[in-house]
Design a protein around this ligand. Structure first.
Ligand code: UD1
Ligand code: UDP
Length: 368
């Protein structure tokens, strides 16, 4: 059996690492299961791509489609054309896509239109309900043509059932991003900024922002960052800047005594900072899940989330995108009244093994 594993953007690399490892384990145990790793090239900077392959020990991609950046349609088109060419040379039996980025949607369409290749979607069924997010369109399109749905929550299962998917195609397995988190936790690494800025445990805030709604409008971005700097009452705010955000900050500029800007950090360094932070403030999806598992208070600058369990079970709270909600949230944090949170069901570090075993059953794979 030949499986294509698709990865294009930063969060994808973290989600595929344990799936590849689980496939390798089965192959070494004699199962007829092989994979090709396809990097679409959606993210290409070393700090957004190569560093994750190095740190997480992901094998070099078998193919790089080199799609690069562009408008939504340009990027989707380039990825589809690239992946279709590959499938025409040699089709696979199953295409595994993860998450909700443009690469996820584009490759699922190309595979499905190529002799109806089976598609498995890892992190299927989650919905924010916000159609202004490109990710929500990616999720809906991908799930409309997926064969096997691997899910992170009962809520995702419910969303899929509501859309008419039968139970025998929905597999509640947990979260592969958390497989990576548990595996890598003992290797978390203090970044240089720790010494340089004399950071202390729970003595700083870690922040990331990259959603178009927060960063593509310079005035909005300035309003948010200014309010965060003010509300953190002098506590250092470490801000590893995503390239989309960096582009905007080049125009607007920003500086404050307690604001520390860095390049995007490696996985081990970034999560060291999350684990030891007083709190996280973010608009990322994946980071809310990691903060939940590490029981670190998390404030999300979005009006909706496709990961409601990070709020109902975990440490995450949606502040919305109105800067007025930031100061009261910091007051709650500093008063020591932030909720403690728990860990969502099945987020136990064994998700990828469950996925791969299930695939072996579905395809009735035999020992060689
Ligand atoms: C993408 C995903 C988003 C995900 C995020 C993770 C979509 C629609 N969006 O957003 O869901 O949360 O990745 O980080 O798929 N750029 C670089 N170097 C790179 C990559 C990007 O400079 O290696 C710059 C380019 O100017 C590019 C911009 O960042 O135009 C945006 O990149 P893109 O991949 O289109 O979207 P992200 O904002 O990264
Ligand atoms: N991350 C990282 N370095 C950073 C910022 C994020 O390693 O400087 C990791 C983070 O731990 C998580 C993933 O990148 O595993 C989340 O990616 P991102 O926020 O870009 O995307 P999203 O999850 O919002 O789609």
């Amino acid at each position: 059996m030949l499986i294509d594993i698709i990865a294009g953007a930063r969060p994808n690399f973290i989600k595929i690492a344990p799936i590849i490892e689980a496939i390798e384990k089965q192959r070494l145990a004699g199962l007829d299961m092989h994979y090709r790793l396809v990097h679409t090239g959606q993210h290409y900077d070393k700090k957004m791509s190569g560093d994750f392959f190095d740190q997480l020990n992901i094998p070099a991609p078998d193919f790089n489609l080199e799609a690069g950046s562009g408008t939504q349609a340009e990027q989707t088109g380039k990825i589809m054309v690239g992946y279709e060419k590959l499938l025409m040379q040699k089709p696979c039996d199953l295409c595994i896509v993860v998450g909700d980025v443009t690469s996820t949607m584009a490759c699922s369409i190309a595979a499905k239109k190529m002799n109806n290749i089976k598609v498995a979607h890892v992190e299927a069924g989650i919905r924010s309900g916000d159609w202004t997010m490109p990710e929500e369109i990616n999720r809906m399109v991908t799930d409309s043509i997926t064969d096997y749905f691997f899910t992170t929550s009962e809520i995702a299962n419910g969303n899929l059932r509501k859309s008419g998917i039968s139970d025998n195609r929905i597999f509640f397995v947990g979260n592969t991003m958390i497989d990576t988190l548990y595996k890598q936790m003992p290797r978390f690494k203090q970044p240089d900024v720790w010494e340089k800025c004399q950071l202390t445990r729970q003595g700083y805030i870690i922040m990331t922002l990259h959603r178009p709604a927060n960063v593509d409008n310079g005035a909005k971005l300035m309003e948010l960052v200014t309010e965060i700097i003010k509300s953190s009452k002098g506590m250092p705010v470490i801000f590893p800047v995503h390239p989309r955000t960096a582009k905007m900050l080049e125009t607007t500029g920003i500086a404050a005594d307690n604001l520390i800007l860095t390049e995007p950090l490696g996985y081990l360094e970034f999560n060291y900072l999350v684990q030891n932070a007083k709190a996280v403030i973010t608009d990322s999806g994946g980071i809310t899940e990691e903060a939940t598992v590490m029981a670190v208070p998390c404030m999300t600058l979005r009006d909706s989330t496709e990961r409601p369990e990070t709020c109902t079970v975990g440490t995450n709270e949606l502040l919305g995108t109105n800067p007025d909600s930031i100061a009261p949230a910091f007051e709650k944090l500093f008063s020591g009244n932030w909720k403690k949170g728990g860990i969502p069901e099945m987020w136990d570090g064994k998700t990828s093994d469950r996925i791969v075993k299930r695939i072996a059953e579905i395809f009735d794979l035999k020992q060689l």
